[in-house]
Design a protein around this ligand. Structure first.
Ligand SMILES: Nc1ncnc2c1ncn2[C@@H]1O[C@H](COP(=O)(O)OP(=O)(O)OP(=O)(O)O)[C@@H](O)[C@H]1O
Length: 241
């Protein structure tokens, strides 16, 4: 079996005096989309930040593309081809939409074909190209944050709650964009609360509970097992539609 693109083994993270991650273990296969699910406070964001080197893992190992990246400095991790879209949209409010994207394209001028593809998915970014990003709506800021991460090809995208505050039509565009990315150049690890979105898009799933991964497997099997969803996520029947 091929080695996973990303793997976590026994990862423990402390924030200040708090012990948050208690031995997180899961794999992300290359070329697919893994959903990281779990109740509020389960440790999903802390896991993404630990992968990115923004919190130090006190124990355990994180491997990316066959190399140990545990506690590597964040800029070095980013240079290996990992991009992170935090939940609190990382955009420059005083800069225009255009300037936000120019700065995110680190290897040189933006590729026009790629930009046209992004405009096709997130039309508001074209419409407000010259507007300071701080004036965009919450959903539009979210689109810009995702666009900044994908303005250049990345091997692995870590995305925290991309659908938060987005209208259904924009969520549909995001599903298309993520599908095209995973069918092409990228592997995605996405934290999500919206289970309808997660089950449509995820190939596999890792579910966190109290700082550990309590379940990992295929999304189709998890989506069909309402007792397991109820146990791990507390989902009622109305969320299964
Ligand atoms: N800077 C911090 N200082 C102290 N505790 C923190 C800090 N950041 C997170 N925590 C705690 O760590 C635990 C895990 O938080 P985390 O944000 O990783 O959870 P999450 O699964 O992403 O939750 P949510 O779905 O609500 O975003 C929570 O109990 C949270 O209160």
């Amino acid at each position: 079996m091929a080695e996973p693109l990303l793997s976590l083994r026994g990862v423990q993270t402390h924030i200040g005096h708090y012990h948050i991650l208690h031995g997180v273990e899961f794999d992300v296969a290359e070329g697919g989309l893994t959903m990281l699910l779990g109740r509020n406070g389960a440790g999903k964001t802390t896991t993404l930040r630990t992968i990115m080197g923004m919190w130090r893992a006190a124990a355990g190992e994180i491997r990316f593309d066959g190399r140990d990246i545990t506690n590597m400095p964040t800029p070095d991790i980013a240079r290996l081809g990992i991009a992170y879209v935090p939940e609190s949209m990382a955009i420059f409010a005083d800069l225009t939409v255009q300037e936000n994207l120019v700065l995110a394209a680190r290897s040189g001028p933006m590729d026009q074909k790629r930009l046209d593809w992004i405009f096709g998915r997130f039309e508001a970014l074209k419409r407000f190209w010259m507007l300071p990003a701080g004036l965009l709506s919450g959903g539009q800021k979210q689109m810009l944050a995702v666009a900044r991460a994908i303005i250049e090809p990345r091997r692995l995208l870590l995305i925290d709650e991309p659908t938060k505050g987005l209208a259904p039509a924009i969520i549909a565009n995001m599903i298309d964009a993520f599908r095209e990315l995973k069918d092409g150049e990228s592997t995605l690890l996405v934290v999500e609360q919206n289970f309808a979105f997660a089950r449509q898009l995820g190939d596999s799933v890792a579910v966190m509970d109290d700082g550990r991964v309590a379940h990992q497997g295929g999304m189709a099997a998890f989506a069909a097992d309402s007792a397991l969803q109820q146990h791990l996520l507390g989902l009622g029947m109305d969320t299964h539609q």
